[in-house]
Design a protein around this ligand. Structure first.
Ligand code: FEO
Length: 576
């Protein structure tokens, strides 16, 4: 084991580089992005992130991944400080997402002789990124690349972790496994390694849930392939600290979490073209909405799929979502689409989306084919022509949740009926007030009737709210989000309660016909509320079927000092 103190190059206060030797002839260049506060649409970052790149020196030299384009100046300078870029023989692309491949074009510009190594699809994607001819070597799982001096690199296919084109790289000499996104975390600090597990637990889990859990079966397949390698002594991830001290524990967590997820009875197969228009982000939003109901989502790129995999995934799934491919990719996507249509069964539910307007394959003939085959449409086709906004993602998220609820309805009803009668009634005697939570983000807004609300702190003031995991407003109540808690008044709440208890269609305006005014934090205040309190989410605890959301309180007002809070008296405790 080599543990060298990293040298730090300070660039600005918040973009820095750390360089460290991590094994014989092996160097990590970590681009530290201290202030990045959001990654994709899925989650806010509390601790920034890092983009890790690696130099392996045998008789030949390989660079594994590069960095985000925002690090262009400092990364290239740091790289040049470590190695003459002209001496790099291979550039291994674990996948083509820009946080790792953002500087590939610049490196090729400096050394056009480099051979770029990656999965077939990764190199297809890369062609569109670099816009110039380059030397390439397509590798498959199990294939090896000998750098000399014992550094024999073996590639392991890991599709969907977290892009369809992902490969891992294993160095037989140092026994380091380079996994890029997998086993990573968005955690930026000076430590090269995972010394302090306590510090990392939360970020490791959140990262897994956002990036890996939607592809739990793919995680298990990749772990199986990794299990066939000789011993792995380090995992060199693309984000956050490298894993060495807690390797067995952290890999074990991936296995356990993924097995639990894959055991879920229902799966949705989500097919789309990953780098076309906005389909990646829309697919993620739909997957996020489905995931709220506990249903597993398996995603597959329509271009990369082998037809037998498409058939097996379609047949195993309870639901199917298809993002329409562009007509220009007809040749590549027609066979998978036909396979999906031929393998779909009448007990399945489906949903369709399109992102490129006229560019897309027509959605309606496919819709008609699936309906004729007896499949149930879970949400109307989502047709996005303009650049997506928050409300577009809200529409996708809520459509996904509708699909998940169609698939889990029977189970939810059975669960509701299964509670012991006496206990059920006793639980029903727990009462709470009646409240409406309101929130907005960009051009999207949401609301929910709540009664599981309690004061939870005095200094500073804080409250907890239990929010069911499949509620639409859950997406508006992540750490850092702001919302308003509207307190309903005894004797004047029935119409508001009825309104907000209605089942809304995906993306439907919750406030139509309701009088509101904006709070300081931008969320709507219900004009008829007895009181309102402006809140900001501080932390969330995961319960079984609810999130317990703890929020600080910024300000609030009461409209009538004599008014009393409406109380929610219930008869049973197993549903609202
Ligand atoms: Fe960290 Fe999938 O990029």
């Amino acid at each position: 084991m080599v543990v060298a103190k990293p040298k730090t190059i300070q660039v600005t206060t918040r973009l820095t580089m750390d360089i460290a030797e991590i094994a014989e002839n092996t160097t990590v260049l970590r681009s530290l992005d201290w202030d990045r506060d959001r990654f994709d649409i899925e989650f806010g970052l509390k601790n920034g992130t890092t983009y890790n790149s690696f130099i392996i020196r045998g008789e030949k030299t390989a660079l594994v991944d590069s960095s985000h384009a925002k690090f262009k100046q400092v990364y290239l300078k740091a790289l040049q400080g470590e190695i003459d870029i002209q001496q790099i023989d291979y550039l291994i692309i674990s996948h083509t997402e820009p946080d790792h491949s953002g500087l590939v074009a610049d490196i090729l510009e400096m050394n056009p002789n480099i051979i770029v190594v990656g999965a077939k699809v990764a190199l297809q994607f890369l062609d569109e990124l670099v816009h110039r001819p380059y030397n390439k070597e397509i590798v498959k799982s199990g294939q090896k690349l000998d750098l000399g001096n014992g550094h024999e690199l073996e590639f392991v296919s890991a599709p969907n972790l977290h892009w369809p084109d992902t490969i891992f790289t294993y160095d037989h000499k140092t026994q380091i496994l380079y996994t890029c996104d997998a086993f990573g975390m968005h955690f930026c600090d000076d430590c090269t390694y995972d010394e302090d597990l306590e510090l990392l637990n939360e970020d490791y889990l959140i990262y897994y849930k956002c990036l890996m859990e939607p592809n739990a079966r793919s995680v298990l397949s990749a772990l199986k392939r990794v299990g066939k390698l000789p011993e792995v002594k380090q995992i060199a991830t693309g984000h956050g600290p490298l894993i060495q001290h807690n390797l067995t524990e952290l890999v074990g967590r991936y296995e356990e979490w993924s097995k639990n997820k894959a055991k879920a009875e229902k799966t949705v197969a989500l097919f789309y073209v990953s780098d076309y228009a906005d389909s990646e982000r829309l697919a993620k939003a739909i997957a996020q909405g489905i995931g709220k109901t506990g249903v597993v989502v398996e995603t597959m790129d329509l271009r990369v799929s082998d037809l037998s995999e498409v058939r097996v995934l379609t047949e195993l799934a309870s639901g199917i979502v298809i993002g329409m491919p562009p007509r220009s990719m007809k040749e590549l996507t027609q066979a998978p689409l036909s396979t999906i249509l031929a393998s779909a069964g009448k007990k399945q539910a489906f949903g369709l989306f399109e992102t490129g307007g006229d560019e897309d394959e027509a959605v309606y003939p496919i819709r008609a084919t699936l309906q004729e085959a007896g499949l149930k449409e879970a949400f109307p086709p989502i047709e996005i022509e303009d650049a997506p906004t928050e409300s577009t993602y809200q529409l996708c998220d809520e459509s996904g949740t509708d699909l998940g609820q169609v698939l889990t309805r029977k189970k939810a009803i059975a669960k509701m009926k299964s509670l012991d009668g006496d206990l059920d009634k006793a639980m029903g005697r727990l009462s709470g007030g009646l409240y409406i939570i309101t929130a907005s983000k960009g051009d999207a807004s949401s609301a929910m009737l709540a009664s599981w609300v309690a004061q939870a702190s005095v200094e500073p003031l804080g409250i907890t709210i239990a929010v069911a995991k499949d509620r639409a407003i859950e997406s508006f109540m992540h750490v850092g989000d702001r919302f308003v808690l509207n307190v309903l008044e005894e004797g004047n709440y029935q119409h508001l309660m009825r309104h907000f208890l209605k089942r809304f269609k995906p993306g439907q305006d919750r406030f139509e016909g309701v009088e509101t005014q904006p709070a300081q934090n931008g969320s709507p205040i219900l004009t008829e509320a007895l009181a309102y309190i402006e809140c900001q989410v501080v932390t969330r605890m995961e319960g079984d079927d609810h999130w317990i959301v703890y929020s600080s309180v910024d300000s609030g007002r009461v409209s009538s000092l004599d008014g009393l809070t409406a109380v929610h008296h219930r008869k049973v405790g197993n549903h609202y």
